[in-house]
Design a protein around this ligand. Structure first.
Ligand code: AMP
Ligand code: GLY
Length: 416
């Protein structure tokens, strides 16, 4: 099978790595990719938001499956453009991707499907904003309605800060604060059948101890030793299947990856958010544990034949990923700094630890930073403790001026 992956972050590197290990994959292409993906896939320059351009590239390459990684192209309808030229595509239509593209739409779908989530108000005027903030009280949860790369959400006890953020959005969702640990659960679906993957936990805040601003995600681990073993079945029955059924009922069937961001509260599981694609960095740890070759599963989603899919097979190992981010991420990250130590990781830590590239590019012989999140250092081990040690040993070999990473990824779970 000839596969084209759209995107160029660590999630796409993880997807390409798994696809490159799949014996059914005869050719692997990525557009636009990054310096790390170039080692496993042939790169092509493309404007990933331009559906016609992506469809043309897929046709030229004779792609038999296109996998759209990030949310922005999905919301822009890139999957629709590829489907229109008759090539199977893993990823939802632009309309169905509104589940991620609009928090208000997601709330409406959840209400229709009876899916448990935080109570919320959608506000467009200063008066509505003040009423909503007053109704819920602190801590305030204020979400930009549109796509914001994980940075549109402010959770704060400070009313003034909550107001400033709310007023900066065209349309804002203000909601009840959900207490309790967070879990990311992904499911592959073809619009009818839903196949959950293994849960992971993401670390959204920039600094150790969950301090600092929200980011796209600073690290992740799987499995979750503290979680109820029945969690996946429960979320399938109360969240994932009803959401997929509701979207189909509305005439906007959702195929691809349904990402449920969940809070495990004292009153039960609640949805914090949906995403319409694989999460980053959770994908790095979930795919590190998936033994079933990936391409066939994604193709079954694309073709609407997921009911033919054999049960997925999982490794008992644990996986941890630690994100190395640029100086000043998530504000205005500095880019263009050389990255050193990648060869040492490949020499000393492989195959248990490896570096997935997020924002990198080649500059002559050097690999330099090219984004906020630069690398996602991933490791597996017999348990979280060993996976953590291996991941941090590899992180210690990487040199990137001014870079930052959290030192407490998976620590609590490993000690439990
Ligand atoms: P989102 O982009 O909706 O996932 O929000 C980003 C992060 O903000 C989440 O991962 C949570 O840590 C936090 N958050 C979002 N909504 C809530 C909520 N209702 N209660 C508590 N924390 C929240
Ligand atoms: N890790 C959070 C996200 O992918 O949105």
């Amino acid at each position: 099978m000839k596969v084209l992956v759209i995107g160029g972050g660590a999630r796409e590197h993880a997807l390409c790595r798994s696809l490159s290990l799949d014996p059914d994959v005869t050719a692997l292409h990525c557009a636009p990719g990054n310096a790390g993906i170039a080692e496993v896939a042939e790169l092509h320059p493309v404007d990933q938001l331009d559906g016609e351009a992506v469809a043309r590239l897929a046709t030229e390459l004779g792609a038999e499956l296109v996998v759209v990684g990030p949310e922005a192209p999905l919301v822009a309808g890139v999957a629709d453009a590829v489907r229109a030229v008759g090539i199977p595509v893993f990823g939802p239509s632009g309309e169905a991707a509104q589940l991620e593209g609009s928090k208000a739409f997601a709330k409406d779908v959840m209400a229709g499907a009876g899916v448990p989530t935080a109570r919320s108000y959608v506000c467009t005027t200063p008066e509505e904003i003040d009423e909503a903030l007053d109704a819920f009280g602190a801590p305030y949860v204020v979400k930009d309605d549109g796509l914001a790369a994980g940075k549109g959400v402010v959770v704060t006890d400070d009313l003034a800060q909550a107001r400033v953020h709310a007023l900066s959005c065209d349309r804002v969702v203000i909601e009840e604060y959900l207490d309790g640990p967070e879990v990311s659960l992904f499911a592959i679906t073809d619009g009818t059948t839903v196949l959950p993957l293994r849960p992971a936990q993401d670390f959204k805040r920039a600094l150790d101890g969950d301090e600092g601003p929200n980011t796209g995600g600073m690290g992740a681990y799987s499995p979750l030793p503290w979680a109820d073993p029945k969690l996946v079945d429960e979320v399938l029955a109360t969240v994932l299947q009803p959401t997929v059924d509701e979207l189909r009922r509305r005439g906007t069937p959702f195929s691809g990856l349904l990402y449920a961001g969940l809070a495990i509260t004292s009153r039960g599981v609640r949805v914090i958010e949906f995403n319409a694609r694989f999460g980053d960095p959770e994908t790095q740890v979930v795919l590190a544990r998936l033994k079933t070759p990936l391409a066939g599963v994604l193709l079954n989603s694309a073709n609407g034949t997921l009911d033919d899919q054999a049960p997925l097979s999982w490794s008992d190992e644990a996986a941890v990923t630690v994100v190395i981010a640029s100086h000043n991420y998530p504000d205005t990250p500095r880019t263009g700094d050389p990255i050193e130590g990648l060869d040492e990781v490949a020499e000393k830590d492989a195959p248990h630890a490896y570096v997935l590239h997020a924002g990198t590019r080649r500059d002559g012989d050097a690999i330099v930073s090219a984004g906020g999140r630069v690398l996602s250092v991933t490791a597996t081990g017999t348990d979280l403790e060993q996976a953590r040690e291996r991941a941090y040993a590899a992180v210690g070999r990487i040199r990137l001026d001014g870079s930052q990473h959290r030192t407490d990824i998976a620590r609590k779970a490993a000690e439990a």
